[in-house]
Design a protein around this ligand. Structure first.
Ligand SMILES: Cc1cc2nc3c(=O)[nH]c(=O)nc-3n(C[C@H](O)[C@H](O)[C@H](O)COP(=O)(O)OP(=O)(O)OC[C@H]3O[C@@H](n4cnc5c(N)ncnc54)[C@H](O)[C@@H]3O)c2cc1C
Length: 383
């Protein structure tokens, strides 16, 4: 592994930095998980797309720059360094798109990817159901064949759908063969949330944002063109998505490096009255963020050599989610009772801490990831 950046990579970084410095909205946009914030974030995503910074690693024909994975990581570092807005296109561009590139038809790619990248169509993930979260294979939502219409009829309920209250489309798993055993008989569908029979009900979060949703489907028609991968092979298709989500694309190191840098600044501002043990926690957050960066370079080097991510993606997910909680806890310790102020420059730390608490839950809980590590990385027996 070569740890130096090439001249091309350095030039790419400089380009990204100068565009972001000139264009990132100031003051920061309101949360993208609120209705008003979501609309403003879509405008920002459109500006990114127009300047071809929205999906740098995608082919040019879909609005990308054909950038390497290493350049994508560099862009992410610059994006977070500039404190640019959260990506409300995230579930589309980072979770669905890699699966579309791998398993979608050319017609699906041409039809879906450009609108996804420009935020003209926003996507949410419809996997979890009221009785199927960790046990995803236990989903009950059904897909019944509609021969006459040339498609399927979907019924059931999805829950915890991030930004589902605002998105246009949802990718999700449905049971298409009721006789088949759990992981078999599932199909991966791309669903129009504006179609007849869809009801979206917002679920307000602890922090007051209202983008979370429950999605109810009653006999919703989905054409055959919106089946991703083969019928009854949805589990395999879905697993292609989880590898990207946990191991690389969902939370790139740039996010934690930028947070650790802000934490160090906060420490400098409050060092005089800080408990001395806080300094160790700040240093640890910095080191952990940097360690995650180098670990990710290793992952990307392997992927660029044609290898695939495996169960070690679970180790990565445990690492970044626990690092995020510790980092934000340290910030709250530094702020003391000022952490509870809802306005002002430091208010973002409390909101960040509240959200960090969900990291060990979403993208598969850390208990489940530890089971995966025990069985599939360490080779321990199931019982
Ligand atoms: C912020 C946030 C955003 C989310 N966004 C989405 C989204 O966009 N789309 C979507 O589909 N879902 C989303 N989810 C849902 C998320 O994927 C589920 O919450 C998660 O998979 C856990 O499922 P559950 O809530 O049903 O908990 P359960 O599966 O009921 O688990 C409850 C507890 O039991 C533990 N547990 C369960 N089984 C085992 C086991 N075998 N071994 C050890 N411990 C176990 C779990 O670790 C957990 O602590 C989101 C969740 C959060 C918090």
């Amino acid at each position: 592994m070569d740890l130096t950046f090439t001249d091309t990579e350095q030039a790419f970084r400089a380009d990204a930095r100068s565009w972001l410095d000139a264009n990132v909205p100031r003051p920061a946009l309101p949360s993208g998980d609120t209705r008003q914030g979501f609309a403003l974030h879509k405008e920002w995503e459109r500006a990114l797309f127009d300047a071809r910074w929205a999906v740098v690693s995608w082919p040019e024909e879909y609005g990308g720059r054909d950038a390497s994975l290493m350049e994508w990581l560099i862009f992410e570092e610059e994006y977070y360094r500039a404190s640019a807005p959260q990506r409300v296109t995230q579930n589309g561009i980072f979770l669905l798109a890699p699966t579309l590139f791998e398993l979608g038809t050319k017609e699906q790619q041409d039809r879906i990817l450009p609108k996804m990248a420009s935020a003209e169509e926003t996507w949410c993930q419809g996997w979890s159901e009221p009785n199927a979260g960790s046990d995803l294979a236990g989903i009950k939502s059904r897909a019944v064949r509609d021969e006459a219409g040339g498609g399927w009829r979907l019924s059931g309920q999805k829950t915890w759908t991030t930004r589902g209250a605002f998105c246009d489309r949802m990718f999700g798993l449905f049971r298409s063969d009721l006789e088949a055993e759990r992981h078999h008989g599932l199909t991966y569908f791309l669903v129009d949330l504006h179609a007849d029979g869809v009801t979206v009900r917002p679920v307000e979060r602890l922090d007051g944002d209202e983008g979370f949703a429950e999605v109810f489907l009653e006999d919703v028609f989905v054409p055959d063109d919106d089946v991703l991968g083969a019928v009854n092979e949805g589990w395999r298709v879905a697993m292609a998505t989880t590898g990207s989500e946990r191991g690389l694309t969902l939370r790139s190191p740039g996010r934690f490096m930028a947070a650790a840098a802000r934490l160090a600044e906060l420490y400098r501002a409050h060092a005089d009255d800080a408990d001395p043990t806080v300094r160790d926690a700040v240093v640890r957050a910095w080191i952990d963020a940097d360690a995650y960066r180098w670990q990710t370079f290793w992952t990307v080097t392997r992927l660029m050599d044609g290898e695939r991510t495996g169960p070690e993606a679970s180790l990565v997910k445990i690492f970044w989610s626990e690092l995020d909680v510790r980092l934000h806890e340290t910030a709250l310790r530094l702020l003391g009772e000022r952490a509870e102020l809802v306005d002002g420059d430091d208010a973002a730390w409390m909101k960040g801490w509240e959200f960090s608490l969900s990291g060990p839950i979403y993208a598969g809980t850390n208990e489940i990831q530890r089971n995966v590590v025990a069985e599939r990385v360490l080779g321990l027996p199931r019982r």
